[in-house]
Design a protein. Structure first.
Length: 309
């Protein structure tokens, strides 16, 4: 790649060598936007790839990036950055990066909760042989709320377990129910998997009324965003023993050590690790490389966020 003064500057949070060969006309540099020192050429940045572990400091640098044209996140959700995107700058999300990893975790949380794995681990710590009878995923009715790419990936992993899947998305389409049908679908679901984006419309979607519509003994699996579920309402249901839950995301997050969710019965918590596996990096590098190729060629970028996100 030529290294000319007029090359368009691209900042990435990883070693540029991980991308392989990038197009001519781009100068790719690794920059830690969480660090104290920001390079003097911040005003020359045209294309910015956000760090997966977003720290918030990046937003305060956007105003200094006076030539910025594109912001590429490595997350599917963009609610953490969307309000700060300068006018005229294109925002692209990381759609496709986390499908595999998040779907795996959703299935893992579901199976672990149904089969009582957390209880077996605790029994192992006590050297206790705790035989019992547990639920299976087989023959269960699984409701996937947020049927996009990750929802499809979850379905592909659930179906071989001899379960049935009902799909819900923001708008109805062939084989997919609209979100406003959710209240009527919940009473029949044994497992409800949440994978909706974090928006104003989905905040508090699963409030006390919606949770009350879930059938007795149902399992709620949240791999979307913590605020989608009303924490206090969920605590009430868990304490009553009527519902169980497996949460990769919570509200607040990270969960304080003294938060009552830690001691809630029937709950499995993982620390927002849906995308944090070794499946992420190769998919992230592939997406960023493809985006840079499109950018250098003046082509339409993928995953452009428009409208309500």
């Amino acid at each position: 790649m030529a290294d000319r003064d007029d090359d368009r500057l691209v900042w990435v949070p990883f070693d540029p060598a991980d991308l392989g060969e990038v197009p001519d006309g781009l100068r790719v540099e690794q920059v830690d936007l969480q660090g104290e020192d920001v390079p003097d050429d911040v005003d020359q940045v045209r294309f910015l790839v956000m760090d997966y572990r977003f720290g918030g400091r990046e937003r305060h640098l956007f105003d200094r990036m006076t030539r910025l044209e594109v912001i590429q996140t490595q997350t599917a959700g963009v609610e953490h950055v969307s309000a700060a995107v300068p006018e005229g700058v294109t925002l692209c999300n990381g759609r496709g990066i986390h499908d595999t990893s998040t779907a795996e975790l959703a299935l893992t949380l579901t199976l672990a909760s149904l089969r009582g794995i957390p209880d077996y681990v605790r029994a192992q710590d006590r050297a206790e042989w705790a035989f019992d009878h547990r639920a299976s995923l087989a023959d269960k009715r699984v409701l996937i709320v947020g049927y996009g790419q990750i929802g499809e990936a979850i379905e592909r992993r659930v179906l071989p377990f001899e379960a049935t899947v009902t799909r819900v998305a923001r708008s109805a389409r062939d084989g997919v129910h609209a979100i406003d049908e959710l209240p009527g679908l919940l009473p029949d679901a044994d497992v409800v998997v949440l994978i909706v984006p974090g928006t104003q419309q989905t905040t508090g979607l699963f409030d006390a009324e919606m949770l009350a519509r879930m059938k007795d003994g149902a399992l709620l699996v949240n791999v979307s965003r913590g605020p989608v579920v009303d924490t206090d309402a969920l605590l009430t249901e868990l304490r009553s023993g009527r519902l169980r839950a497996a949460l990769d995301v919570v509200d607040p997050e990270p969960l304080p050590a003294d938060h009552p969710l830690w001691e809630a019965p029937g709950l499995l918590v993982s620390p927002h690790v849906g995308g944090a596996s070794d499946a992420m990096k190769p998919r992230a590098m592939r997406l960023v490389r493809e985006q840079l190729e499109r950018y250098a060629a003046g082509e339409q970028l993928a995953n452009v966020m428009t409208g309500d996100y």
